[in-house]
Design a protein around this ligand. Structure first.
Ligand code: BGC
Length: 377
């Protein structure tokens, strides 16, 4: 009798644990290693409301992000791994890093600058994606906490040499991460180059606002402030056309559940195997404006993306196949995470009517992108 009582008590306790996954901050010891002779580590930022963000300098990555849900419980809303070894083994999905030198795709890795042709490394169906085979996400960035007015700031810097992955010009890039007291993760970029080059860095954080990656993101309700997008060919390279979204299942100007139209049989959704598209934001200048708002009915967590960039890549995790397991044992399954990447248009160096991605010596590239969190009842 006593044994049966113990058995049922244990069962009840296990069920309670499964229902209320307790998210605890990661162990910094698991991030201590070396790569290319440089030390890796885990870094933490906090704000006055208890929000916590963790990063590793391997790829300037966001590792975890704890934000309050509608009941005031903190949920980890970003994908990541529990050890640096896991990151070393999972570079191809770009989990949380700053990607570059050119985030997104460049047609056949070719472009010309000042009359000279360049060939970048090819790592995606004969095209160049996210900076190539050893892009910024594989590098160990120099990292320090710096004091700026307001909250703590984490400064991560990388010096990309002329010729790296085929790009011209020694490039000095710094990314400043901070958590503000209005519950926003702010990412500011600055870069200069010794020679003329091209640049388009972006944060490749995956999110699941339900607070667990065990469920798909198809219930998330998304709004994107874009009236146009850049259609692509089958390998997701822009054709050069700028097309209106009116009447298309890609139009998110009215808040809509991601899953509602994702399997519509139209060319764009077939090519992307779901959403994997560049949205041209409705804006005229480099002001920071709201690009998107996304909400999880499960947790009540709402995230707004604000940026000074001209475009936003919305990727609904269509190429996830469940082979990788992230934090808390959550399997990275098909469409269980999404990315909203603020950036220039893909393949801009090959289209004169797309915004310029050129950085000249003496100029400073800047970008500000903010992921701001709140709750909806
Ligand atoms: C791209 C996807 C790609 C994914 C992972 C996204 O930014 O748009 O096509 O599969 O990154 O590399």
């Amino acid at each position: 009798m006593k044994n049966i009582f113990l058995f049922f008590s244990l069962l009840l306790f296990m069920c309670a644990c499964v229902q209320n996954k307790t998210y605890t901050a990661l162990d910094p010891e698991n991030f201590v290693s070396t790569k290319d002779g440089k030390e890796t580590a885990l870094f933490t930022l906090k704000n006055d409301n208890g929000m916590v963000a963790q990063f590793t300098n391997y790829g300037a990555r966001l590792v975890s992000l704890y934000v309050p849900d509608r009941d005031g419980n903190f949920q980890d809303v970003t994908w990541g791994y529990e050890t640096i070894e896991d990151y070393f083994n999972s570079t191809d999905i770009y989990c949380g890093p700053i990607v570059g030198r050119y985030g997104n795709r460049i047609n056949k890795g070719k472009f010309s600058l000042n009359g000279k042709d360049y060939q970048l490394t090819l790592n995606n169906n004969g095209n160049h994606l996210h900076g190539g085979t050893q892009g910024f996400e594989c590098k160990v960035w120099d990292t320090e906490y710096v004091s700026k007015p307001g909250n703590d700031v984490l400064k991560m810097s990388y010096y990309a040499k002329d010729g790296e992955e085929g790009y011209p010009g020694d490039l000095d890039i710094s990314v400043y991460y901070s958590l503000t007291d209005d519950n926003a993760l702010k990412i500011e970029y600055q870069a200069t180059s010794k020679d003329t080059t091209i640049i388009n860095p972006t944060s490749h954080a995956y999110f699941n606002l339900a607070g667990t990656s065990d469920v798909t993101i198809l219930n998330h309700v998304l709004k994107i402030n874009a009236s146009n997008f850049t259609p692509t060919d089958q390998s997701l390279i822009p054709t050069g056309e700028i097309r209106k979204l009116t009447g298309s299942p890609l139009d998110f100007r009215q808040p809509t559940a991601i899953g509602k139209r994702i399997d519509t049989q139209c060319e764009a959704l077939i090519y992307g195997q779901g959403y994997d598209h560049n949205y041209i934001l409705d804006k005229k200048n480099k002001q920071i404006t709201e690009a998107a708002v996304i909400y999880s009915p499960e947790s009540g967590i709402e995230m707004s993306v604000l940026t000074d960039q001209p475009a936003l890549q919305f990727y609904s995790g269509n190429f996830m196949d469940g082979t990788l397991t992230g934090k808390y044992g959550d399997v990275h399954n098909y469409r269980t995470g999404f990315a909203l990447e603020a950036q220039n248009y893909p393949d801009a160096p090959n289209h004169d009517h797309f915004p310029s991605a050129i950085l000249n010596p003496g100029e400073t590239y800047t970008q500000t992108t903010i992921y701001k969190f709140g709750v909806k009842e």
